[in-house]
Design a protein around this ligand. Structure first.
Ligand code: NAD
Length: 178
């Protein structure tokens, strides 16, 4: 049986309800979806607090919470490379084949278009609130971030002390006075 496959890549720092909406919408158009965990090498910074492994678990639990069967997706960590011009080949080497790319990111769109992929721009869902930047800002400022992410992601972030981590990383270095 030939299955159609779509590709989505995101840093997913962390996975939020906007990512989930895009994934659900994409699954209305293709049989299977390849979910690339972008910038997999990054962790322990304010902009990229979570490891690739932590993001894989968050994504899998969030999909399960939303009744998305594991036969429908592949989660693949993708380390960044310094050469944008050959990034699509790098992605193709690491993933099952796919025909359609779903992305709101102009660089991702551009690189796949130039390699003749079918690129689809998904609608934005409540982008002012549903963005990784907003979720991380709220985590640091003790504001409500939990309503922006699936419950399973809240549980994992609690379990790994994620809020303590991002707050610690956001502190300015304090030099001792002599
Ligand atoms: P992201 O987590 O910000 O977004 C992932 C996807 O979800 C995007 O398509 C975005 O448009 C969509 N999205 C997010 N919030 C949404 C909302 N509220 N409603 C609808 N859609 C929403 O990740 P990103 O920055 O787009 O990820 C791209 C990844 O690709 C990065 O890790 C980047 O480093 C990588 N990349 C690497 C290279 C290279 O290595 N040379 C080149 C290009 C891209």
């Amino acid at each position: 049986m030939i299955r159609s496959r779509g590709f989505i890549v995101g840093r997913m720092q962390p996975i939020h309800n906007g990512h989930l909406e895009v994934i659900k919408k994409t699954l209305e158009e293709v049989d299977e979806i390849i979910l690339g965990i972008g910038s997999a090498q990054l962790s322990h910074s304010i902009t990229d607090p979570f490891t690739s492994g932590e993001r894989i678990i968050m994504l899998r639990e969030a999909l399960s919470e939303n009744n998305i069967d594991s036969s429908k997706y592949y989660i693949i960590p993708l380390v960044d490379i310094l050469m944008n011009a050959v990034w699509v080949s790098h992605v193709k080497m690491l993933t099952p084949s796919f025909e359609k790319v779903f992305s709101g990111n102009p660089l991702v769109q551009r690189l796949f278009k130039e390699e003749n992929f079918d690129v689809i721009i998904p609608p934005l869902f409540n982008r002012t609130k549903l963005s990784g930047t907003e979720v991380r800002k709220r985590m640091i400022n003790d504001e409500d971030w939990k309503s922006l992410v699936p419950n399973s992601v809240v549980e994992i972030i609690d379990k790994i002390d994620g809020i303590e981590r991002i707050k610690h990383l956001s502190q300015k270095e304090i030099s001792e006075k002599y």
